[in-house]
Write a protein that binds this ligand. Structure first.
Ligand code: FA5
Length: 345
């Protein structure tokens, strides 16, 4: 028996080392140390020995079992470390795509567009204002002449915030509530632009994101007419897109402006001759505009007999797409450095 134990102990290191996987090792462990394993089988033979032999063989069996168990534990730790290394290697993220000198980041395309739009409008004499992204129903809808249950609420798929009474606090669906804040806080004349992030329950596609940006414009002064608005928007269009791109206004409806219009520009891809991006119309829609509705002026305590004005709201991300010839808005939000580095600031 002692010879058998010695043989098993001397063969074990080679067998343990040969176990190439955790599963192989588990089988070998059962073979050597398990209830039906070789050492257990030998242990059964102890009953037939005299007390002296039982003590000697028993001690040898214990030593063998302990040393084999230690070998198996070491090999198991080794195999687990190897397995972990394989998983880590497979899941490794290469964040070092660029080799060589220090990498300079740049301002994101949306921020560049935001800054440039603000520059253009400031150059035209506008000031800049901002408002909160979490708004109340009053600023986002009511004050803008959209009472509760008004069908026009359906124009904006709203995300409500679970705060206060149901459907009283929301993520603003447009930058128009900032108009209300500016008009209640600043006496006219007002010439202001209001860039900001807005939220809608829209599904992302080539031209839509659920979180996007707008730039709002508001002018309140004496004797402001629709022609002032058309002229301002045309001046902005050539300043931002260059002289070959022009604007046009199409009749539309917004509850907070009357009359209302859609603001279109010549397609920047085909310059008006018609292509896939502009659905062969030669025009691209960038936002809405119109003369501030008398009810809105009343809601902020302004005398509509004395003051008139216009407002506009453009999709800032869409302006970025048009100006830089990007054909899918989602590109701007994937964070892919190969896309972003095409627009160094
Ligand atoms: C408005 O949001 C009005 N507040 C605009 C306005 C302001 C009209 C002042 C009159 C006076 P509209 O829902 O059409 O209107 O959105 C304006 C622009 O935002 C759109 O023309 C488009 O350029 C952009 N836009 C709308 N939804 C999305 C979206 N899901 N993703 C990206 N851009 C969008």
């Amino acid at each position: 028996m002692i010879d058998d134990i010695t043989r098993i102990s001397s063969e074990a290191p080679v067998q343990v080392r040969a176990a190439a996987t955790i599963e192989n090792l588990r089988d070998l462990e059962a073979e050597l140390l398990g209830k039906k394993g070789s050492l257990s089988e030998l242990k059964k033979g102890l009953a037939g020995l005299d007390p002296e032999g039982r003590r000697e063989v028993g001690a040898a069996l214990n030593v063998a079992r302990e040393s084999i168990a230690a070998l198996i534990a070491d090999r198991r730790a080794e195999l687990e470390a190897e397995k972990r290394a394989v998983v880590l290697a497979a899941e490794r993220l290469d964040l070092t795509e660029r080799i060589g000198g220090p990498v300079r980041g740049s301002v994101h395309l949306v921020t560049q567009t935001w800054d440039r739009l603000v520059d253009v409008f400031v150059g035209m004499g506008f000031t800049v204002a901002e408002g909160p992204e979490v708004e109340t129903d009053w600023y986002n809808f009511e004050a803008l002449n959209i009472p509760a249950a008004h069908p026009a609420r359906g124009m904006w798929d709203t995300l409500y915030v679970d705060l206060g009474d149901p459907e009283t606090v929301l993520l603003r669906t447009h930058t128009s509530p900032v108009q209300i804040r500016v008009m209640t806080e600043t006496p006219p004349p007002i010439y202001a632009v209001m860039p900001g992030r807005v939220y809608r329950r829209d599904t992302a596609d080539a031209t839509h994101m659920p979180v996007f940006h707008q730039i709002e414009g508001l002018v309140i002064d004496r004797n402001i007419s629709f022609a002032d608005m058309a002229g301002t928007l045309e001046a902005f269009t050539s300043a931002y897109f260059g002289g070959s791109i022009h604007s046009r206004l199409r009749p539309s409806y917004f509850p907070f402006t009357e009359p209302s219009a859609e603001y279109d520009i010549n397609c920047v891809f085909c310059e008006g001759s018609g292509c896939r991006t502009c659905s062969h119309t030669g025009w691209l829609e960038l936002g809405g505009c119109g003369m501030v509705h008398p009810n809105v002026l009343r809601n902020v305590g302004l005398d509509g007999e004395e003051w008139t004005g216009f407002a506009f709201g453009f999709g800032l991300d869409r302006l970025a797409l048009m100006r830089h010839g990007v054909d899918d808005i989602r590109e701007m939000y994937t964070g892919d450095v190969r896309f972003l580095e095409q627009f160094p600031s």
